[in-house]
Design a protein around this ligand. Structure first.
Ligand SMILES: Nc1ncnc2c1ncn2[C@@H]1O[C@H](COP(=O)(O)OP(=O)(O)OP(=O)(O)O)[C@@H](O)[C@H]1O
Length: 621
């Protein structure tokens, strides 16, 4: 802080009348930066009090631009009859204007003006400097129009030089107008230095006399004059020990352009008084004016602002642009609505279709049976979108699934069959029948889905795979004779309970001829399974050979089927005897005449007897 920089005390009044007195100015010496900035608040006037800088009344102070506006006096000269022939005027008022450092008359902001019809006006400044202008008019009508520029016809103006701290006005009558009768219609001329653009010419100003004269009308408290000021002790380049008067944060120092010294300014985005601590305050640009265009939201930041694009807008160049035009938005909305309506329509159609299938597949009747009826959606969830196929049979695919509560694994059978091939009442009866079967050797039917063209069946999951897998497929393994007998007996037991379907190689020719499935049809199929168990050949083997036909032929020709037995089990206890018995039983099952075939109960009994032989006299081994 320079020696003459005094802090502004909170006791210092900040107003004199209506005029704000900002630091470095202050009312009284203790309140200003320097006694050059001291303002006197004259309270002797009836309200409001008036601030004075020296003997000049202050209009306002600007700390931002370093300007002081004061009232400026007007000089004039008048001629009449008595003075018309001589050069001495009948009346005149003049003044000398002297400013104290660091104040100067602003060159940029003021202009010297003379009003009159025959006058040479001179403005004298410091030693050796003067400027001026001439104004004439032959008659009032030849003077410039009202509001015209002051170019010498009734008024003239002259720019003034910089660094001017003294002014004095002189005048003369133009000597090149010998027969000067201008005083007859325009007796007085007026001179003043005023803020540019303050004066607007009027012919009335040339003619008015007495109370109407220009000088009386403007008086001492009308003409504004702009003074420049600066802080003179120190400069922006001053050493660090001589701290500048720019004490506010976000302020900086600028060298004065008119004369010596410097001024302080608030940094960009800040406004206020840089000469006092924290005098520069952030400008809320967003509130004062909206610097962000349409489509963006203004956010004030310290010393600036940010424009953030609104929803639906994206940055584009200096502003924000709509992502979609209004017509595009409407098109999108219309498309979405249409798509939604189509979706609702499709959903409704699908629901109606599902309801039709449900009814056709006997949903209402099956509901009473107590079987779980799954929706198409539930199955999709249970199978995780039909992701994992467990196996594929002649009539469809089987998918892995988990019950809705996630506790039990299930196998879901989806048929290839077309709805037309399906006799719905028969199918319904089958489902009811199978659901009611509760046998350890029969896979339990848990539920079904009736919302599809051909119902889907949900079975308990059997982890060990099918007999086909064990004998010929992926799980093929060593199977001793007792194990095979165990399987055959288990299946025979199960078959005593239910009918089953199978592929064409297992199907009873009687069924093919008559189209009727009987219990004896199952006996035939079981005969084929028995042959598979003892030969480990599939029902149709070596591409086109039929196991039942070949085995029966072999028995006929050779008295037994030994040539076809599986070698793996030939070494077992009483293997030959057992296999011969099973083979003979199978041949019985395969008889074309259904009446010659044994019942499943007889088959079961015979198999149990064979097992006793195979187990060396015991019923299990
Ligand atoms: N409940 C189940 N648990 C585990 N796997 C099963 C289950 N049901 C079927 N599978 C698997 O799916 C495959 C196909 O079964 P599917 O019942 O469709 O035909 P299949 O019984 O093998 O023969 P067919 O088509 O002649 O009836 C079976 O071979 C088996 O591997």
């Amino acid at each position: 802080r320079s020696s003459d920089a005094a802090p502004q005390s909170s006791d210092c009044p900040s107003l004199c009348g209506d005029v704000e007195i900002s630091y470095p100015f202050g009312i009284g010496d203790n309140c200003s930066l320097h006694n050059a900035f001291t303002i006197t608040c004259n309270t002797s006037f009836s309200r409001p009090p008036r601030p004075y800088w020296g003997n000049l009344e202050v209009i306002n102070i600007s700390v931002e631009t370093g300007e002081l506006r004061v009232f400026s006096p007007v000089s004039f000269v008048c001629y009449d009859n008595s003075s018309s022939s001589s050069s001495s005027p009948s009346r005149s008022v003049s003044w000398i204007f002297r400013l104290r450092s660091p104040f100067l008359i602003s060159t940029r902001r003021n202009v010297f003006t003379a009003i009159g019809c025959s006058t040479q006006a001179l403005l004298l400044g410091r030693k050796g400097y003067f400027t001026g202008c001439t104004t004439t008019c032959q008659s009032l009508d030849l003077a410039a129009e009202d509001r015209a520029e002051c170019t010498g016809l009734g008024c003239c103006q002259a720019a003034i030089s910089g660094k001017l701290d003294t002014m004095q006005i002189n005048w003369d009558r133009p000597s090149y107008l010998p027969d000067n009768q201008a005083w007859t219609f325009s007796p007085c001329s007026y001179f003043f230095v005023a803020e540019k653009s303050w004066y607007v010419f009027s012919r009335q100003d040339l003619v008015g006399v007495g109370e109407e004269s220009f000088s009386r009308r403007v008086g001492n408290r009308t003409i504004p004059l702009v003074l420049d000021w600066a802080v003179v002790n120190g400069s922006c380049n001053a050493s660090a020990t001589e701290v500048s008067a720019c004490v506010s944060t976000h302020s900086y120092c600028v060298d004065a352009t008119q004369g010596p010294g410097y001024l302080c300014s608030c940094s960009m985005g800040y406004k206020g008084n840089p000469y006092i601590t924290d005098g520069c305050k952030n400008i809320d640009e967003c509130r004062i004016y909206n610097p962000c265009g349409t489509g963006s939201i203004c956010h004030d930041t310290p010393g600036g602002y940010k424009c953030i694009c609104k929803f639906w807008y994206r940055p584009s160049g200096a502003g924000c642009q709509r992502i979609f035009s209004t017509s595009t938005v409407w098109t999108i909305i219309a498309t979405c609505v249409l798509a939604f309506l189509i979706y609702l329509g499709i959903r409704d159609m699908k629901k109606r279709k599902q309801r039709n299938f449900f009814n056709k597949n006997g949903g209402e009747l099956l509901k009473d049976v107590g079987i779980i009826i799954f929706t198409e959606r539930e199955l999709k969830k249970m199978t995780n979108g039909y992701k994992e196929i467990i196996g594929e049979g002649a009539f469809g695919k089987v998918y892995m699934g988990t019950t809705m509560d996630g506790t039990e694994q299930v196998a879901i059978k989806c048929s290839f069959a077309k709805s037309k091939q399906l006799r719905h009442d028969e199918f319904r009866n089958e489902i009811t029948f199978q659901f009611k079967i509760d046998h350890a050797n029969v896979v339990r039917l848990i539920g079904c889905c009736l919302e599809t063209n051909v119902p889907k069946l949900v079975f308990e999951f059997v982890p060990n795979g099918s007999l086909c897998d064990l004998l010929h497929g992926a799980r093929r393994q060593e199977l001793p004779l007792p194990a095979r007998l165990h399987i055959a007996i288990g299946a025979a037991e199960a078959l005593s309970y239910m009918h089953s379907h199978g592929d064409m190689n297992y199907i009873d020719p009687t069924y093919i001829k008559t189209g009727r499935f009987t219990e004896k049809s199952d006996v035939y199929s079981f005969g084929v399974v028995l042959l598979e168990l003892i030969t480990r050949k599939t029902a149709k083997y070596d591409e086109s050979n039929s196991l039942p036909i070949d085995f029966v032929k072999c028995c006929k020709e050779q008295g037994n089927g030994r040539a076809m037995y599986d070698r793996e089990i030939l070494m077992a206890h009483h293997a030959q005897e057992c296999l011969d018995k099973i083979g003979a039983l199978a041949v019985q099952c395969l008889k074309e005449d259904v009446d010659e075939r044994p019942t499943m109960a007889q088959v079961l009994k015979q198999l149990e007897q064979v097992k006793v032989i195979a187990c060396g006299g015991s019923s299990s081994c």
